[in-house]
Design a protein around this ligand. Structure first.
Ligand code: FE2
Length: 280
């Protein structure tokens, strides 16, 4: 195995591993360590199938079960293997989506931060990639927090924020009616359970309100924090190649997706390791 750190604010490339064989305990622990050290890890040229990806995911930790609202219509071909989902813009013969999230650009977010136990790791395996765009970008939330001006830090230190997500949109949901929308209060700054480092835990797509403030008051505080945290100097942008397998530490980074043409196929196979309640 070779670990090559990227010349970027985060990330490493790891070669010499073949995940058609499930990692043993020792290798799984090593992989977890590499993810915690580099936040995003790229394993190029993997050729494993969905079952093997699931076995790999299980070796790293408990598989994230589906957490979808009861009225969400699941695209039929998205979950052929329980624990595996497809992120895809490809339509079936009836014109129905075959993926779990909408097309197009997607703002920065932490996966499932709108639930009590946000995911620990998210993994994507590239099956089809668009010619242009559809890149995944990650933002280093350790660095975003550490470099934040004290004045800005003081606006959220020790506070909780409300994270919401509406599966029907890739933008913020209508905040006037949050009744039927999944949501959870989370600390604005978390202490990472493995590394012990403090990381910013708010994001543009899902964080909408700070404890004790109205949504309008919160927006005034949150906007400059989003702007600070999304600076290029904290970001790595990955242009996908078929057979790339990428894992990221969902508590240490946010991720987003760049625009791509609807007519250009993009299909990624996703699995996740579930997390625990967060601490400050
Ligand atoms: Fe996501």
């Amino acid at each position: 195995m070779e670990v090559i750190p990227l010349d970027q604010p985060l990330g490493a490339r790891v070669t010499g591993l073949d995940f058609r064989a499930t990692p043993n305990k020792k290798l799984a622990a090593q992989i977890r360590e590499i993810i915690h050290a580099h936040q995003v890890v790229i394993f190029p040229n993997q050729t494993f199938n969905a079952k093997q990806q699931l076995a790999f995911t299980k070796a790293l930790g408990p598989i994230r079960k589906r957490a979808l609202p009861p009225d969400y219509i699941v695209p039929t071909s998205s979950y052929e293997t329980p624990g595996i989902a497809y992120v895809s813009n490809i339509r079936d013969e009836n014109g129905e989506p075959t993926g779990v999230i909408p097309d197009g650009e997607m703002w920065f977010h932490h996966d499932t931060c709108y639930t009590d136990k946000p995911d620990k790791f998210t993994m994507l395996f590239a099956i089809s990639v668009p010619k242009i765009g559809g890149n995944t970008i990650w933002c280093n939330m350790y660095q975003a927090w550490e470099s934040m001006p004290e004045k800005l830090k003081n606006t959220i230190r020790g506070r909780k924020a409300l994270n919401v997500y509406d599966y029907a949109t890739i933008e913020k949901p209508n905040l006037d009616n949050l009744e039927n929308i999944e949501k959870a209060w989370q600390p604005c700054i978390i202490r990472h359970p493995e590394t012990g480092r403090e990381a910013l835990f708010i994001n543009r797509l899902m964080t909408c309100q700070i404890e004790g403030l109205t949504i309008e008051e919160s927006t005034k505080i949150l906007d400059p924090i989003f702007q600070h945290s999304e600076q290029q100097k904290f970001v790595y942008e990955h242009k996908w190649k078929v057979n790339d397998f990428v894992i990221w530490d969902n508590l240490a980074v946010t991720h987003a997706r760049t625009h791509f043409e609807r007519t250009d196929d993009r299909r990624l196979r996703r699995s996740k390791v579930s997390g625990d309640a967060l601490v400050t």
